[in-house]
Write a protein that binds this ligand. Structure first.
Ligand SMILES: C[S@@+](CC[C@H](N)C(=O)[O-])C[C@H]1O[C@@H](n2cnc3c(N)ncnc32)[C@H](O)[C@@H]1O
Length: 267
């Protein structure tokens, strides 16, 4: 069998194994490719270049305890430290956390690093004021509803949960930043994940799809109030291609959805 790409059902165990291995194996090349754009101390929400410094989606963070779920190099958490937050950055991947630790040392700005799975956060209930992630964890877990419940559990009443993911409408297109990515070829309603597999048919990368309605439903079921769904527009003059994000496609339809939510003060 040739290595390839499919949309196919995979078991929870297969998806979890692929996820763990992929991010460990990819950590160095991900940093080499995207590290300069992400910065060492910056909270960038998406390839469109929306920054927390200007967007203010997390609300006030000074003196607050923040949790980054799927932090990668933890640049976002270090930026929050500079804003006066007490930042904890969690990731599944030891490879990614090695970069986070290296950049903590390099910058002298230290987020507390924790290895763990977003599906079973190794954290005490109601111990954070803010939780967030830019493309971390959520697209890679089989049961994202469970992640919503876990984040709800660790947040204090009134706390915000803000996360960015690939905009669900991108699912209908090929993963192509060029003309090939402008033609609808997949059903929006097909929830089978995007799977890359090796020559033995073993999944090596698995990305999950939820429709916009699915995401809202999972948030509401967990107990969150949805405050906003931000769909960043492609900025004039921004010409950087990141995977399937490009000026060509960005001018026509959204590439990112940012869900801004809050745990109610009283349930
Ligand atoms: C696309 S990267 C995003 C990292 C960072 N937020 C950024 O903007 O570069 C996805 C991250 O999610 C992490 N991740 C994937 N599945 C996870 C899980 N179940 N629990 C925690 N982290 C996970 C990966 O290890 C990786 O660091």
């Amino acid at each position: 069998m040739e290595p390839g790409v499919t949309r196919n059902h995979v078991s929870v165990a297969e998806a979890s194994r692929a996820n763990r291995r992929w991010w460990d194996a990819d950590a160095d090349s991900y940093q080499a490719e995207h590290g300069a754009f992400l910065g060492d101390v910056d909270l960038l929400w998406c390839p469109e270049g929306v920054r927390e410094a200007t967007a203010g989606l997390l609300g006030a963070v000074e003196g607050r305890r923040t949790l980054e779920v799927g932090c990668g190099s933890a640049a976002g958490s270090r930026w929050l430290v500079t804003q006066g937050a007490r930042a904890v950055a969690l990731d599944l991947s030891a490879g990614m956390l090695r970069h986070a630790s290296r950049l903590n040392e390099k910058t002298g700005i230290r987020a507390q690093l924790v290895q763990g799975d977003a599906s079973a956060l190794p954290l005490v209930a109601e111990s954070f004021d803010v939780a967030f992630t830019a493309f971390g964890a959520v697209p890679f877990v089989s049961d994202s509803a469970r992640v919503m419940r876990e984040v709800y559990r660790v947040l204090r009443p009134g706390g915000r949960w803000v996360f960015s993911v690939t905009h669900p409408m991108r699912w209908i297109f090929l993963d192509d930043p060029g003309e090939g990515g402008l033609v609808a070829v997949h059903s929006y309603f097909d929830r089978r994940p995007y799977v890359e597999h090796d020559e033995h048919g073993v999944p090596t990368y698995v990305e999950q799809h939820r429709t916009l309605g699915d995401r809202i439903r999972e948030l509401v079921a967990a107990g969150f109030t949805v405050l906003d769904v931000v769909e960043p527009e492609w900025p004039e003059g921004h010409d950087r291609i990141w995977g399937q994000w490009s000026p060509l496609r960005g001018r026509l339809f959204p590439g990112t959805a940012i869900f801004v939510t809050r745990k109610p003060i009283s349930p």
